[in-house]
Design a protein around this ligand. Structure first.
Ligand code: PXG
Length: 286
């Protein structure tokens, strides 16, 4: 038997797990989601993910029809039902089925979807040798248009940048914001290391406040590694000693080339290796 997907209170076989073509999530990208990892049977940073999900929903005036604790219970049950100890959860809340036309008030109620599956974002050798990225020409959404802090079902902004990356033969692109400073990658936050100091753009620079990003900032604090949240220019990426990306799916992945130019000596640096090691130890400890 295949995977079972939870939709609005019932489990469906993967092949039968479907939503209506009138769902505003499909019609307008009207909805929010989270991507969450489960390590050794435990939902990693569960509280932070649920908080962000409910905040995202609130920001688009969508009331999730169940409370946070029952939502957690649904995720836990879905993991068990599928027999996973390590997996990836995709929790989606769509505006639900409605009539044609934007008005969310025409949708009687949101739909909740919980998928437990596996995910591999990048090939294993990139974690050992590093990844090449480019700077995308398309900029990250203006925070006063669709705020990057909302993890919405509308990812076209990021997908356009991802297409530029794929066209350039690399798996990821860094996006600048409307002011021309560094924001984040299409599905990952970005960090640099220079003279032993770790730095990442601030939440005011138009980024998703990544949960993995926050874990790395905390781990740096715990291990006396200087780590700053500060506005970065593309120039800072070019002259960095090291660079790495963080995300739930990607975890921590080293970057060794940007726009065709080597970062530092072009090899995975010692600080990146240390942070990857601290992260992998941490996810097995919590
Ligand atoms: N920025 C963006 C735009 C993201 O989409 C991150 C940063 C990292 O945030 P977290 O909280 O995960 O550390 C993300 C997250 C996928 C996938 O299926 C993408 C993400 C997470 C999980 C799965 O490509 N992106």
């Amino acid at each position: 038997m295949g995977l079972k997907v939870w939709i609005d209170g019932k489990y469906y076989e993967k092949a039968d797990a479907k939503v209506s073509v009138y769902d505003h999530g499909l019609l307008y990208g009207d909805g929010v989601f989270e991507g969450i990892r489960v390590y050794s049977g435990k939902i990693f940073e569960c509280e932070a993910h649920l908080k962000r999900l409910y905040d995202s929903a609130r920001a688009i005036r969508l009331t999730i029809p169940i409370a946070i604790e029952p939502f957690r219970a649904v995720m836990e049950q879905t993991i068990k039902t599928n027999g996973f100890t390590d997996c990836y959860i995709r929790a989606v809340v769509t505006r639900g089925m409605g009539s044609l036309g934007l008005d969310p008030a025409k949708c009687p109620g949101p739909s909740i979807i919980v998928i437990a599956d596996t995910i591999t974002l990048y090939p294993k050798e990139m974690y050992e040798k590093g990844m090449a990225i480019i700077t995308a020409s398309v900029i990250r959404n203006h925070p006063n248009a669709l705020s990057p802090r909302i993890k919405s079902m509308n990812y076209l902004n990021n997908i356009l940048a991802k297409i530029e990356a794929i066209d350039a033969g690399v798996p990821e692109a860094v996006m600048l914001n409307h002011e021309g400073t560094v924001a984040e990658c299409t599905g990952d936050n970005i960090f640099i290391v220079r003279d032993g100091v770790v730095a990442t753009p601030t939440t005011a620079d138009g980024i998703l406040e990544g949960i993995t990003r926050n874990v790395i900032i905390r781990l740096c604090g715990k291990h006396q590694i200087p780590c700053l949240e500060k506005t970065l220019l593309r120039h800072d990426l070019y002259v960095a000693d090291e660079c790495f990306l963080t995300g739930t799916a990607a975890e921590v992945v080293p970057v060794t080339k940007i726009d065709g130019q080597a970062i530092g000596n072009g090899e995975v640096g010692p600080m990146t290796r240390r942070i990857m090691e601290l992260f992998h130890r941490h996810i097995r400890e919590v």
